[in-house]
Design a protein around this ligand. Structure first.
Ligand SMILES: Nc1nc2c(c(=O)[nH]1)N(C=O)[C@@H](CNc1ccc(C(=O)N[C@@H](CCC(=O)O)C(=O)O)cc1)CN2
Ligand SMILES: Nc1ncnc2c1ncn2[C@@H]1O[C@H](COP(=O)(O)OP(=O)(O)OP(=O)(O)O)[C@@H](O)[C@H]1O
Length: 208
């Protein structure tokens, strides 16, 4: 018991340090380099069978110093995919839901939150996943990734809890994929039991 607590604490510290290091690299990357690399990773993803076969897909509206998802969002609407975006419900409880977004215009009409992320409003009639709709694919954001598909997120457990909820719902698990800028790829991401391993990381060196 005492030993496990020690391992958890050590992991937390390692993750915190990893986040600090990778965030600092991301913050020093010029926006046009982020944009260029993002477009090429998005291109790789949208030509995959995973994307082509998906009808409902969870994406995220990127914040500054993060892989730019704008070209992916445009493309998904063009391809008539059903797009879902995250909304944080409670920071304390690590609660986040995925809500449907119908168009780029709708997305752009939402005022960015304190993290500069545009989130769908929680309102009657707006479909939620996994409650109302089954997701085929979840594109998972994150700070750092490794080649064994381990992920270090922003540190609030939102995606880990969301994926755990998808797992407990009776529906089949969505395929989980991350797009990683080269500075986000590290040798080893320290993980523990609550971390969800993703199915695929698409990065500059991915062979597809
Ligand atoms: N674009 C995008 N949307 C997303 C996520 C994401 O990673 N990217 N999330 C994925 O979970 C959720 C939001 N989670 C976030 C959690 C923390 C921070 C953040 O910037 N936190 C600190 C850093 C403080 C620190 O730990 O030192 C900050 O407020 O500055 C941003 C988003 C839902 N939506
Ligand atoms: N399934 C879960 N249910 C409740 N809390 C969870 C769950 N998974 C993780 N957490 C909690 O969330 C906090 C942050 O976890 P962690 O450092 O793994 O976040 P992260 O994966 O980097 O963040 P995120 O998923 O938001 O991008 C921890 O306190 C952890 O216990």
């Amino acid at each position: 018991m005492i030993k496990n607590v020690g391992i958890c604490d050590a992991n937390m510290l390692l993750k915190r340090e990893l986040r600090r290091r990778i965030r600092s690299s991301l913050f020093s990357m010029p926006q046009d380099s982020i944009d260029r690399e993002s477009v090429s990773l998005v291109q790789k993803f949208v030509t995959s069978v995973t994307y082509k076969n998906a009808s409902s897909i969870a994406l995220y509206a990127s914040m500054p110093h993060e892989l730019n998802t704008s070209s992916l969002l445009h493309r998904a609407f063009e391809d008539s995919k059903r797009v879902f975006l995250p909304r944080v419900i409670s920071k304390e409880n690590h609660d986040m839901v995925m809500l449907e977004c119908k168009s780029m215009d709708e997305l752009n009409s939402w005022v960015p939150n304190s993290w500069k992320i545009r989130e769908p409003p929680l309102e009657e009639g707006r479909l939620q996943s996994p409650k109302d709709v089954q997701l085929d694919v979840v594109v998972v954001p994150g700070v750092a990734f490794d080649s064994l598909c381990r992920r270090c997120g922003q540190g609030m457990g939102f995606y880990d809890k969301f994926l755990a909820a998808c797992h407990s719902s009776k529906r089949p698990m969505p395929y989980t994929v991350a797009l990683a800028l080269s500075v986000q790829m590290v040798d080893t991401v320290p993980t523990d039991d609550s971390d969800w391993q993703i199915d695929e990381v698409i990065h500059g060196k991915s062979v597809k």
